[in-house]
Design a protein around this ligand. Structure first.
Ligand code: SF4
Ligand code: SF4
Length: 336
């Protein structure tokens, strides 16, 4: 991927477009399928049958529409993306157009990483605890070992982070996980589990979570490889414990379901139920006729995929350092 065009070029176009308060998404999140080979307690998606999946040509049509809308970043997820045999072709097309990342549960990673590594800028692998905790939360014995083996192999080719969902069940082992991240030399991206209506309700009890969040922020300060920004921890702590809300901007991300439908306002509130086919609407018009204002003080979730873009500001030097300078640095490093 040439980073200049999708990221820098389109950022300038979006800035010009935003004069007068017009909104444009800059990140796309696309579920390639709902089907998964794991059975995570907190996840509603593996419980849904896939009606059908987009063909490669439909995936390309979707991507071209997103380029037209000036989207810079594409994140693939599922279900489990590695279950799609045409994944290398899809990622290759994405990589020509966007900064491209993917999240996987890692079960198939070791055997398939070589087929996809050239087309990814960043990879997230879900790890929720040490072996017993992870396997229990992810529902399949052996999933921890497969994921860690996958991480060790994948980090030979590209930047990798662990993606960790904090639940009631792994709250006490989160700090062990930080040591694991250090020992295998990867960073950790954290999110607090949300209680979806169609999944097990294992979001952590708020009072128990409070001191964990404070401690995680301190650990980041002392050098633990935590991807979440300081602003992320401050926003969640302020909102959930001090009654000072953060401003949610769900419009910064456009989510697209496995059928190619746009999920609005965010996939948390409507639990991934899409309405408009992405290539059948004018995204810029849709984005600027929708009432986003009613969601600004929602603060129901703390999913970093929504919170971090909502908090990002060119006026915050620490965020520019972490999100832009380090991000470009790791991209350049991954080229060698
Ligand atoms: S690995 Fe991801 S998609 Fe699969 S069941 Fe777990 S959370 Fe859901
Ligand atoms: S806080 Fe979470 S649930 Fe609420 S609008 Fe923002 S992304 Fe959606």
């Amino acid at each position: 991927m040439a980073i200049a065009k999708p990221v820098l070029g389109r950022t300038i176009k979006r800035k010009i477009h935003s004069i007068g308060g017009r909104k444009t998404p800059f990140i796309a999140g696309h579920k390639l399928l709902y089907t998964c080979n794991l059975r995570c307690e907190m996840c509603p998606f593996w419980r849904r049958p896939d009606e059908r999946l987009l063909s490669l040509s439909e995936e390309i049509k979707m991507m071209d529409t997103l380029v037209e809308a000036d989207v810079s970043f594409m994140g693939f997820e599922g279900g489990e993306p590695l279950l799609r045999n045409d994944l290398p072709e899809i990622l290759k097309e994405s990589h020509k157009r966007f900064h491209t990342s993917m999240v996987t549960n890692g079960w198939l990673l070791k055997s398939r990483i070589k087929s996809i590594s050239n087309y990814l800028d960043y990879l997230f692998v879900s790890i929720d605890g040490l072996e017993d905790t992870h396997d229990r939360q992810r529902g399949i014995p052996g999933s921890f070992k497969r994921a860690v083996d996958g991480i060790k192999e994948a980090k030979r080719y590209l930047p990798v982070s662990m993606s960790t969902t904090i639940t009631e069940n792994n709250l006490d082992s989160i700090f062990d996980l930080m040591e694991l991240a250090r020992s295998i030399d990867v960073s950790v991206n954290l999110q607090v589990s949300y209680n979806y209506s169609t999944a097990d309700k294992i979001s952590p009890e708020r009072e128990r979570l409070h001191h964990i969040l404070i401690k995680l922020k301190e650990m980041k300060k002392s050098g633990y490889p935590i991807v979440n920004s300081y602003e992320y921890f401050d926003a969640v702590i302020n909102s959930w414990y001090n009654n000072i809300p953060w401003v949610c901007k769900p419009w910064s991300t456009i989510n697209i379901d496995p059928l190619g439908n746009i999920v609005m306002p965010c996939y948390v509130l409507n639990e991934y139920s899409g309405k408009y086919k992405v290539w059948e609407v004018n995204i810029k018009e849709l984005w600027n006729s929708y009432d986003w204002g009613q969601y600004e003080s929602c603060n129901k979730c703390s999913l970093s995929c929504y919170l971090e873009p909502s908090l990002f500001s060119w006026k915050k030097p620490s965020m520019i350092q972490e999100r832009i300078i380090n991000g470009i640095g790791s991209y350049i490093a991954s080229m060698f």
